[in-house]
Design a protein around this ligand. Structure first.
Ligand code: SRM
Ligand code: SF4
Length: 566
């Protein structure tokens, strides 16, 4: 009951969630308010659980202030898309909506889904409703609940792909909020609810202390960066069958400059479960976090801090106590990379799959390349589907030989053939950052391509152009582009300045370490140039850059999150 909770001790959001009547808040009133393009402060929090954030165009801040206008408010919409799978019809619908109500682009995120940016309040409901018309939705794409479950993306890499894909959907369904608020607010459905039924049996009235993220991979691929997830499942394959999953807990990357109690952390492998245990294990991990996560300080509320505060042994013990979630010793596994394998590949299903690089995950038409038009045309003839990857790329998946040839022709016609991309660019991720992200200190998506071109000039000189090097940039230390797991990480400090982190591993198992602080572009180029040269001349056979910089003492190895410092 409300009176028994000492709200003063808790983060303000706890009361907002509690009072929201299971995520209704005053969203309907806020949406109807014609005097502002925004919604009320508490509804800004509640709307996240429905998959939408209030933002504003930061490029226009100065001009709007001068004109004494409120910021140029609009909304981000994030779709729920477990494993990133989307049919051609759904792609076409998203494409139409992006032109009709958003900024004309589709953003592929680092968690395998689409975001629309720039949706005005008056169009928000229409857009969400039309997303639902195409049998997609935006429920729990954000907020203090389990988010989009990620899944290794490429059907051509393993015949067992359908099994983990199905599992990612099942986990997502199992951990979905049960409130009918979404259907009432966005779809005008007045659902009859049994008054005796508990509304949120899993989450309760205050939901989780913080966001929660899950992924599944099949080694050797680690394209979901399994060690960055609150909870990860690593498929263990014997005699071509998945015999079960190693369970990884306590990954998470967000941190704050100047707050040393926050840090990125790689998850711990704590044991092995059989396939029929997965849902139970996922549920129990969520419940342990629900009941023990920090509800006072949101900066310390993720599962990684719960585990570091109470101990990994405590955590394992809590899990073991629950019927059905007892784990046995983890099985050996080996990972090779956290990036995508590009190009056409034939699966054991005899279908063709093209993993296609999308710079910054932004599907758009530019003067040079008409990517958005090309994929629209491909969606019109595809006899397969599309799969968005955790590296912000797209797989044109499951097509016949005939369609494969048509796809190649369409890409060529639109000047979008895969072409010769450097090993650095292929392995790049940048978060959205400016102009839409309110938390960005610097550019990322709009700037990384230019910086890479400048770095490519250096790499060319040292004959490293084809070398696969993972580079990731974000506009702030929250880690949305998972920069802490890159061989070269760049994190925005202020406009035009970045911290440089080195020494992440190519397989995504090791955090990088701060090498130099607050660098301008010129300084980034000057600092990396001699390192590239040294690497070209002195690396051992097949040695990756992330390993080289540790062996040659540019940085020391980070063994666990708590050692990390900005
Ligand atoms: Fe993120 C907040 C974008 C993946 C850690 N993230 C945000 C917000 C919503 C800013 C805000 O709170 O107002 C950003 C919206 C920007 C915009 O204009 O679109 C944003 N995050 C993104 C996306 C779109 C980046 C991208 O370019 O792809 C990714 C959407 C994923 C999705 O589809 O669900 C995205 N965010 C991530 C990841 C990577 C991952 O999950 O694999 C992380 C690091 C992993 C983790 O969670 O630890 C991440 N985002 C954060 C954090 C820090 C959380 C923390 O524990 O401290 C914030 C800030 C917060 O939650 O307070 C944040
Ligand atoms: Fe915004 Fe920071 Fe996330 Fe980039 S890393 S999208 S700047 S919150």
């Amino acid at each position: 009951m409300s009176e028994e909770i000492n709200w003063k001790e808790l983060s303000g959001l706890e009361k907002i969630k509690y009072d929201s009547n299971y995520l209704r808040g005053t969203l309907e009133e806020s949406l109807a308010d014609p005097l502002t393009g925004a919604i009320s402060p508490s509804d800004r929090q509640i709307s996240k659980f429905h998959g939408t954030y209030l933002q504003w165009d930061r490029d226009l801040d100065k001009e709007r202030k001068q004109q004494k206008l409120e910021p140029a408010f609009s909304f981000l919409i994030r779709v729920r898309m477990p494993g990133g799978v989307i049919s051609p019809q759904q792609w076409l619908q998203m494409d139409v909506l992006s032109d009709k109500y958003a900024n004309g682009t589709l953003k592929i995120t680092t968690r395998q889904t689409f975001q629309l940016h720039g949706v005005l309040k008056k169009n928000l409901k229409k857009t969400i409703r039309q997303i639902n018309d195409s049998l997609l939705d935006t429920i729990a794409a954000c907020g203090d609940v389990n988010r989009n479950v990620m899944c290794h993306a490429n059907p051509a890499e393993s015949p067992l792909y359908p099994e983990i894909m199905e599992l990612s959907k099942e986990i997502g369904r199992h951990l979905m909020p049960r409130t009918k608020a979404y259907h009432e607010i966005w779809l005008d459905e007045k659902l009859i609810v049994d008054s005796k039924e508990e509304i949120e049996p899993l989450y309760g009235r205050r939901y989780l202390p913080r966001k929660f993220k899950i992924a599944i991979i099949i080694p050797p691929q680690n394209d979901c960066d399994i060690f960055s997830q609150d909870l990860g499942f690593i498929a263990i394959v014997e005699e071509e069958k998945i015999i079960g999953y190693n369970v990884v807990v306590g990954g998470g990357l967000g941190s704050t400059f100047g707050n040393t109690s926050t840090y990125p952390r790689t998850g711990n492998v704590i044991g092995f479960c059989t396939p029929d245990q997965v849902l139970k294990v996922a549920e129990q991990v969520v419940l342990i976090q629900r009941d023990n996560g920090n509800r006072v300080d949101r900066k310390l509320a993720r599962l990684k801090y719960t585990i570091d505060r109470l101990g990994l042994d405590w955590f394992k013990n809590e899990l073991q106590k629950q019927p059905g979630s007892s784990l046995i010793e983890a099985k050996p596994f080996k990972l090779t990379r956290n990036g995508d394998n590009y190009g056409w590949k034939k699966g054991t299903d005899d279908k063709w799959h093209l993993t296609y690089f999308v710079e910054g995950g932004r599907v758009k038409n530019s003067d040079e390349i008409q990517l958005k038009s090309a994929i629209r045309e491909i969606a019109g003839i595809s006899d397969g589907n599309f799969i968005l990857t955790g590296n912000q790329n797209v797989i044109i998946a499951g097509v016949s030989e005939k369609v494969k040839n048509q796809v190649n022709a369409i890409l060529e016609k639109n000047n979008a053939s895969p072409g010769n991309i450097s090993g650095l660019r292929k392995n790049s991720i940048s978060c959205v950052a400016l102009p839409t992200c309110p938390l960005a200190f610097s550019e990322a998506e709009r700037y990384l391509p230019t910086l890479i071109t400048k770095l490519e000039n250096k790499l060319k000189e040292y004959k490293l152009l084809k070398e696969e090097i993972v580079i990731r940039m974000t506009g702030c230390p929250n880690g949305c582009g998972r920069p802490y797991l890159a061989e070269i990480g760049l994190i925005g400090k202020s406009l035009g300045y970045y911290n440089l982190y080195l020494g992440g591993s190519f397989d995504g198992t090791r955090l990088n370490k701060l090498y130099k602080e607050t660098l301008s572009e010129q300084e980034i180029l000057e600092v990396l140039d001699p390192i590239f040269k040294d690497y070209a001349q002195n690396r051992q056979e097949n040695e990756k850059l992330g390993d080289f910089v540790i062996r040659t003492n540019y940085v020391t190895e980070i063994k666990e999150g708590k050692e990390f410092q900005h």
